[in-house]
Design a protein around this ligand. Structure first.
Ligand SMILES: [Zn+2]
Length: 441
C-alpha cells in the first residue's frame, strides 16, 4: 500500500507555491506535472510524498487560475476524476489513475486538519492555502464516502480581499435608484435572495462597503468570512460551541450597532431577532434562499414572522441570479428572428431604440482558448429589486397570494428579473439562450 503520511512533517497546509516552482525548474519530477495521463506506476517509481503534494498543488493552482468556484475530486470505477466548476459549469481538468485516490484524499485531509483514518463518515475542514507569501486563499473542504472511495469537494472562498464596487455589478439605473435611496434609511431590513449556491454575499458586501465604517458601527456574522472590509467587525459563526446566528444577534444588540449583517436567515429564531433588530433603529442586511422577491415575503411568513413586523421592517428585496457572459473573442453577431424580435419588443419595448432591426450576439461555431473552449467568460448579474410600498404592505397584511404580490410589485415599479435579463441580452452581454436556460427553466 501507499506510504503513510507523516502528519508531523507535513501537517502544514501552507506549502509555498514559489518553492514548488523553484523545484520544478530543475527537478526531474516535473515531467508528470501537466500530464493528464499520469499513471500510478510513475508514483511507484518515485515513491515520494512530494509527488502527491505536487499533484494537489497543481490542482489548486489550476483551479485558482481558471477562477473555479469549486474543485471536485471524485473516485469512480475507472479513475480519479478532477473537475472544476467555472462560472457554474463543470470543466474536467484531468483524470488520474484510480490508484492515486487514497493518497490524494489523504493529502487533502492533512491540509484541512481532518482525520486521515476516518473513511466511513463525512468530514468538513478548511485550508488556508498560501499562494504567495502575501496572498492566502481560503478553501472549505468537504469529504464524503461513496461506494468507490471518498469524494472531496473544495470550495475556493476568497478570491479578492475587497468586494466589488456596487457600480461594477451591472445594476441597471432603475434598480440602482431604489437601492441607493434605501441605503440612506435609518432602520429597516434589506434582503438579498438567491436560489442556491455562493456569490450571494458579493452584492451584500458591495452594499455594506457603501457605508463609512468609521462613522457607523458595522458588525457581521458570517459562515464563512469571505470578504474583509477594514474597520468592519467580521465574526465567524461556530456551531460547535453553540455560537449561532441567534446567540450572536442577542449579544450584538448590546454592542451598540448601527448596521448588522446576518449571513443567512434560515430558522425561526434568527428571522424574528433580525426583524426585531431592524425595527429598533438598525439597518439589517441578510440573505434568504428563495426563488424570487415575492417568494421571500412568503418565506418570512412561513418562518412565523408576524405580517405586521414584516411590513414595519422590510424595505427592499434584491433577488439575483447569475448568467454566463459571452466570451468577447468568440461571440458572433446575428440579426434576431421575427419571433425573438417580437418577444423582445413585447417585454422590453421601452428600451429598444431601433425596433426594425435588432442585432444580438450568440455563441459562434468556433470557440477559443481565451474561454477554455466554453464560449463564456465571466458572469452577468441579473436583478429584480422589490421596494416595499404601502399597497404591497396592505397585501402582506391581507395574506395575499404570491401572484397578487407580484402583480402589485410590477405596478409599483419593479422590473421583473426576466426583463432585466433580456435587457442584458440587448446590451450584448449574454445570449438569449443563456438567459432562457437560467430563468425560464
Ligand atoms: Zn472564447
Amino acid at each position: 500500500m501507499f506510504k503513510k503520511w507523516n502528519v508531523s512533517k507535513e501537517s502544514s497546509s501552507n506549502v509555498n507555491v514559489e518553492d514548488l516552482f523553484a523545484v520544478n525548474k530543475n527537478n526531474k519530477k516535473n515531467d508528470f506535472m501537466y500530464n493528464s495521463d499520469l499513471h500510478i506506476s510513475s508514483y511507484w517509481e518515485k515513491k515520494d510524498d512530494w509527488v502527491i503534494i505536487s499533484i494537489v498543488n497543481d490542482i489548486f493552482l489550476h483551479a485558482i487560475k481558471s477562477k473555479a468556484s469549486d474543485v471536485h475530486i471524485e473516485p469512480n470505477n475507472l479513475d480519479l476524476n478532477i473537475r472544476f466548476r467555472v462560472d457554474g459549469t463543470f470543466i474536467t481538468y484531468k483524470r488520474l489513475d484510480i490508484g492515486f485516490k487514497d493518497s490524494v484524499i489523504a493529502r487533502l485531509k492533512i491540509m484541512s486538519y481532518l482525520r486521515i483514518d476516518e473513511h466511513r463518515l463525512p468530514q468538513d475542514g478548511k485550508i488556508s492555502y498560501k499562494l504567495f507569501w502575501w496572498k492566502t486563499i481560503d478553501m472549505r473542504v468537504s469529504v464524503i464516502p461513496t461506494i468507490y472511495g471518498e469524494k472531496c469537494v473544495i470550495r475556493i472562498l476568497k478570491k479578492d480581499d475587497k468586494p466589488p464596487e456596487l457600480r461594477d455589478l451591472g445594476i441597471m439605473p432603475y434598480n440602482m435608484v431604489k437601492i441607493k435611496n434605501h441605503l440612506k434609511d435609518n432602520y429597516g431590513m434589506i434582503l438579498a435572495v438567491w436560489p442556491t449556491g455562493s456569490w450571494k454575499s458579493t452584492t451584500l458586501f458591495s452594499l455594506l462597503s457603501q457605508f463609512d465604517p468609521l462613522e457607523k458601527n458595522i458588525s457581521t456574522l458570517e459562515d464563512p468570512v469571505e470578504y474583509r472590509i477594514p474597520w468592519v467587525n467580521h465574526t465567524q459563526i461556530n456551531p460547535a460551541i453553540d455560537f449561532t446566528f441567534a446567540r450572536w444577534l442577542r449579544s450584538l444588540l448590546r454592542q451598540d450597532p448601527d448596521i448588522i449583517m446576518v449571513w443567512e436567515i434560515r430558522d425561526e429564531e434568527t428571522s424574528k431577532l433580525a426583524v426585531e433588530a431592524s425595527i429598533t433603529w438598525h439597518i439589517v442586511f441578510s440573505t434568504i434562499h428563495t426563488n424570487s422577491a415575492t417568494h421571500t415575503i412568503q418565506r418570512l411568513l412561513n418562518l412565523w414572522v408576524d405580517p405586521l413586523l414584516i411590513t414595519s421592517s422590510l424595505r427592499l428585496i434584491i433577488s439575483q441570479r447569475l448568467a454566463r457572459k459571452l466570451c468577447m473573442h468568440c461571440k458572433e453577431k446575428y440579426k434576431a428572428t421575427d419571433k425573438i424580435k417580437d418577444y423582445l419588443i413585447w417585454r422590453v419595448w421601452k428600451y429598444i431604440k431601433n425596433k426594425d432591426d435588432i442585432y444580438l450576439y450568440k455563441k459562434s461555431d468556433n470557440w477559443c482558448d481565451k474561454c477554455n473552449h466554453t464560449w463564456f467568460n465571466g458572469r452577468v448579474w441579473l436583478y429584480e429589486v422589490l421596494e416595499m410600498t404601502e399597497k404591497l404592505e396592505n397585501l402582506v397584511l391581507e395574506n395575499a397570494s404570491r401572484l397578487k404580490l407580484e402583480i402589485q410589485a410590477v405596478w409599483d415599479g419593479m422590473v421583473p428579473i426576466k426583463d432585466d435579463a433580456l435587457l442584458k441580452v440587448i446590451m450584448w452581454e449574454t445570449s438569449i439562450e443563456e438567459v432562457l436556460s437560467v430563468l425560464w427553466t
